[in-house]
Design a protein around this ligand. Sequence first.
Ligand SMILES: [Zn+2]
Length: 473
Amino acid sequence: MARSPLRLASLALLAAAAGAGLWFAMGRRANSPRFPGAHAILLSIDTLRRDALTSYGAPPSATPALARLAADGVVVEQAIAASNYTAPSHATMLTGASPRVHGVLNTHKSSPRPIPPELPTLADRLRAAGYATYGDSDRGYVSKAFGFDRGFDTWREEQTGLRPKIDGAIRFLESLPPGKPGFVFLHTYETHAPYLPTEEELDRLSARFRDAHIAPRVLRRILRNEEADAENHGDLFEDAFHFRPEDIAFLRAVYASKVREADAAVGALHAQLSERGLLDKTVWVVTSDHGEEFKEHGSWQHQTVFDPVARVPLLVRLPGALHAGSRRDVVFPAISLAPTLLDLLGIAPPENLEGYSLASDLAGSRGAPTDAAHCVNYHSEAWVGTAVRSPRSKVIAPAPGTSGAPEAYDLAADPEEKDPQKIGSEDSKRLMVELARTLTLWEALRGRFNPPANTAPLDEQALEQLRGLGYGK
Ligand SMILES: [Zn+2]
């Protein structure tokens, strides 16, 4: 059988890259169905912890709509966020480049750096392939100021929660002429702190968690005094140091109630797509930019790269509910999201992209070139460390130039990551090699983009919203 000259050239390039200590994923075109001309929906529910979903072990009442979506689709077991923070993670989702390559940070003190202009976004690529593109975010870090509007014909940003965004998305899909595919990106902060419940829900939960004193008090103050939102949420942050286990249990319950709200909105989107005959013409992905931690490792929200933060849900519904109810144990790094979506839509992902398509892995065949994924740990605007994770092991290493020793976790024996080990096991040594290779790759790829100029500082309204979300106090 003749080998294609193109493939040989690609392999030669791969060999050259490997010889240079670099590693480039090649586009993979295995025998799994593609859906050219299908619509695409990417829904990012910010701060959605994996185990908050019924599909990942929560009770049936936790997320019935997401469970229904999962029952018609593919559940990915080992999806790993690109970072613990919103802006870098979303920039990775939408470009296929790692946070240390695209350089986008959560910034509130310095001016934002947008996605580098030389780096095409998923929306850019889809638009170039003939798609109409529509994005609607809850703003915050997923905003124009960070370049997230790039490639969208229509871009909206207002903190409304998910439900009000659905009608606009459906109207957009319905407005398209026959044969014109649409791409919809939706982002919501609905499950982000301070997880504001209704008064009734707060009353119910306060009665249930009688020994929780700090968190219910602060949430009540925020609810009753809307204009002082930001300041009171700052109090919540400061009070977090004094949270007792009862406060954490209360916050977990409030969080779960917000997850149920987001889930209900997913159910509404599902129903509308179905009623209008759009569901089976659409590749629909639901995921998150990071999870949420409740002091399992001392921090609240998303400060670390332990699994409650790094491991995220990933559900993919394909037209015709193909592979309905299947679970794939593939390691799915966030860099692979954009190329996989392009590939599923029959658009060849660029071969020089850092992320690689896992479309054939969703279909059940093995195509992933590696079983490791990386999650960059930021704290404020500083890179403090990197996790590299395989299904069995994890290494968390300090960022180059910072002090401290790498820690290894045997996830099979210690799934809660409570027992850090020194690097020594075969697995941990392998992950250290993987990490070193990746850091070299990031450094090389970063050089391909001109450092983006900082844009104007965020306006006061944007800063106020970010303070309301707990940033920048
Ligand atoms: Zn986020």
